[in-house]
Write a protein that binds this ligand. Structure first.
Ligand code: KG4
Ligand code: ZN
Length: 326
């Protein structure tokens, strides 16, 4: 059976997202954000996330099913919140059984990675990728689909987590990353000389948790300009990411840098990357902003690629993983 229309289901955290990818490209995608639900608590409440996925997912799938045929279903199997993942996986497997079509669990970060292929220009393999989300900060050498070499990662907070925690320290609402970035746009990135952790050591490991302490200290001065703190913090994270990325490009002789995951939506990161690499013969790629943060299109697309290779779930068991290797 040839597989043309692939439904993608993403429920790993606080977005309920579905999409349909076919031989002719992306046909439909819908994202329902739970931001208003969690904002009151200052962060994602896992049980509330799961319950909201239960409410929102089937109506979103129906919107697609009413308009298009579906030949196969890909869903996020992990990493993510266990209850949230179970909602997507259970529905995917149930519909797969009922409709007699194949299903496939995919890796959330691999889906983020391949999101860069959803639009033109697409990078050709091989390339160096910065996978930077709320849960992960990794530098990966990507030889081709399915062939990944992890060069290094954050040993503590992920880049997005650092944005979120620092935003909370500054009294900004959830989700902290984009709020902090907005404030940073009005500040001076050179106002504070925050540390660039682990940049003076060889290798690709990163650490972002110490930055919180530096920010906390700066905030002790009541008269401090918060926009300056935000801009200086953002500059420290971006500088660290790009120093490590440059090292990875040099070591692998790659001439393409891909930035994916929620933090790759950051405008300052995009501008800095362009500034630093345009003169060095390195092309920089990232998805459009709606495909940097969690979405169903990346899951549908990765599923579509893997179904073309003949991959699919071997049985009806519902398996999810809160943590897993790509
Ligand atoms: O990829 P994503 O949507 O979910 C995970 O897989 O974690 O990433 C979410 C993360 C959050 O930490 C959020 O604060 C961060 O991406 N983020 C940003 C921006 N937009 C989202 N961080 C910095 N600047 C942004 N513009
Ligand atoms: Zn994500």
């Amino acid at each position: 059976m040839t597989i043309n229309h692939v439904l993608g289901i993403e429920t790993s955290c606080d977005e309920t997202a579905v999409a349909l990818y076919s031989n002719s490209g992306l046909i439909a995608h819908h994202v329902y954000s739970q931001i208003p639900l969690h904002r009151e608590w200052g962060g994602v409440v896992p049980e509330l996330a799961s319950r909201d996925h239960v409410r929102k997912l089937l109506p979103l799938v129906n919107q697609i099913k009413e308009q298009y045929p579906i030949d196969a279903i890909a869903y996020t199997q992990g990493p993510g919140l266990i209850g949230a993942l179970l909602v997507g996986a259970s529905l995917a497997k149930t519909l797969g059984f009922a409709w007699r079509i194949p299903t496939l669990g995919v890796h959330h970060m691999e889906a983020h990675l391949m999101a860069v292929m959803l639009d033109e220009p697409k990078p050709t393999f091989p390339f160096v990728a910065l996978l930077i989300s709320g849960g992960h900060s990794q530098i990966v050498y990507v030889e081709q689909l399915g062939h990944y070499q992890l060069l290094g990662e954050s040993i503590d907070d992920a880049a997005g987590e650092a944005f979120d925690k620092t935003a909370k320290l500054m009294g900004l609402p959830y989700p902290g990353g984009p709020e902090l970035a907005k404030l940073a746009a009005q500040g001076d990135a050179n106002a504070f000389d925050f540390p660039r952790p682990m940049c003076n050591r060889p290798g690709f490991s990163m650490s972002f948790s110490g930055l919180k302490t530096a920010v906390r200290t700066a905030l002790q001065d009541d008269a401090v300009n918060k926009a300056d703190v935000a801009a200086s913090f953002q500059a420290a994270v971006v500088d660290t990411l790009l120093i490590k990325a440059k090292r990875a490009l040099q070591q692998t002789n790659a001439t393409r840098l891909v930035m994916v995951g929620g933090v790759s939506a950051n405008q300052y990161l995009r501008e800095e990357a362009a500034k630093r690499f345009s003169t060095q013969g390195v092309d920089v790629f990232y998805p459009k902003k709606e495909f940097c943060t969690d979405n169903g299109a990346m899951v549908a697309y990765l599923g579509w690629l893997k179904f073309q290779q003949g991959q699919c779930d071997a049985d009806l068991a519902i398996r999810v993983k809160t943590r897993c290797e790509m």
